[in-house]
Design a protein around this ligand. Sequence first.
Ligand code: AMP
Length: 583
Amino acid sequence: MNQSDKIIGIDLGTTNSVLAVIQDGLPVLLPVNGERLLPSVVGIAPSGEVVVGTPARNQWVVAPERTVRSIKRKMGKAETVGMAGQTYTPQEISAFILKDMREAAQAVLGGDVRRAVITVPAYFNETQRQATLEAGEIAGLMVERIINEPTASALAYGYGLAGDQHLKVLVYDLGGGTFDVSIIELHSGVVDVLATAGDNLLGGDDFDERLAAMLADEFAEEHDIDLRQHHQAWARLLRAAEEAKIELSSAPFAEIKLEYILTRDRKGYPLHIQREVERSEFEELIADLLGRTITLVRKALEDAKLRPNDIERVLLVGGSTRIPAVWELIVAQMGQEPHIEIDPDAAVALGAAVQAGIIAGEEIDAILVDVTPYSLGIETAQVGYGGRLYADLFTPLVRRNTTVPVQKSQMFTTIVPGQEQIRINVYQGENPTASQNVLLGDFMIEGLKPNRADGLSEVTVNFQLDVNGILDVTVVERQSGKRVSEQLKASRQRLSPDDIARSQAKLAAAYTEMEADETFDPGVAALLDRARKTLEQPDLSAGLADDIAGAVANIRHAVAEEDDAQVEAYCDELIDLLMEVEG
Ligand code: AMP
């Protein structure tokens, strides 16, 4: 196969992103910037350089205002984020990550790479999927297919590849920012998603936050200072909480030790945190969050009309499934041991590569059938008994968990004789009250020519939902057969080619822009620069990175306070730390 036809598989995660391709018929991971799991963090270094991955993650602790993480949570929203004084859309921030992945693939495969399969949580709506496509486009990648993460995991396990298999699989995917559960049926080489449920605001980040909040509360009690109000201190606390959480997956205790968490209290003393956390204490902190995942597992089973013992395989995906309590809850709920043969961090990307290989026509054999996670429909009104008008009703055309692609049509009648226009409001959701759902788009149909005896007109509304979960709506007037509406892209905020070009230029500019550093004495500036370079080393231990970041924060603080003695003391501390790294 020509390398430029190669399609890459990308797990664009909240916490980490992972790149995979098919090589010699097998899915393999390709490191990006030297990392198997590329932290999904983007930053602009003080030198003006764009940094992605661990360097950005380290920078976030000292300079959150120049760094963006967990952008996936904002995908599809109209919000922008600030980074080093510039504002960026979520698509643009994601594009920085995708650009590095594309370049890493090009370096290994040795050609131009322009095509990708990207995974999204099954629970992503049309708008979020559309934003993912746009992020790819900005990064110069044509997104051939967007597939659901749990479906990708099943593909990674090879389920669906053997023609004679007939299996029901439950995929429990708990990552850094999102939770998904899917029930998949595999038969005759087809992967069929029977049901999905999830919460795209629930994951490991929340566990970190619970633990950090507990420490912040204790700190507030003791010192009457809320660490949440101090950007850098809170960032360090979150980072330490995550490290402790990970340690608690394999040990019954973890120690959180943060020296100089704040440089001084009101009397001018440095303050520290030192606290031992027990596994059981942590489990209690997150018990309700884990309970929510189990409720969603039950909901998916119900939707699929299955009982736990109808499920033949349970797959655990996502870094947070390493928490022992997750395992225990799944065993209790499902009555069976889950499978974890494939690294839970890698399964989704490997599955994306399998799907990419299928599209590129490589020697892999499976067909993918997906479902829509939401019902899609329009707002309607009805005249009830006694002529009373019931408005704001939600009439779904495509029901939740319908296999895609799908096309559905339904006829509607106007309400008032002689009515010449209709507003079509397209919603997604499950609430019978239309306005309680998410409005995907609205448009007017004008110039209707009522020609029924009762003065009403009839229109047919047609929904077409493609495999990427993107919806097209068309409306046709029944009597004349005339198409009275333009096609409506239900996904909001569709970027125009001009928008994409502008974003591409903005990204290009970000790579060249250099910015003057703050007003530091040249010696201090050089030292901070050395620290920055050290923080960019991917193999730097998290503990040292944290100490260096802490020293840098203290120096900046002391400079701001014009406390020369403190500046000198912290510079000495930083020099010692840097010597430790540099040997
Ligand atoms: P993912 O989005 O699948 O890359 O998962 C990332 C999340 O998994 C982050 O919140 C990590 O802190 C978390 N994680 C990674 N390893 C572990 C572990 N051993 N125990 C608990 N959580 C972990």
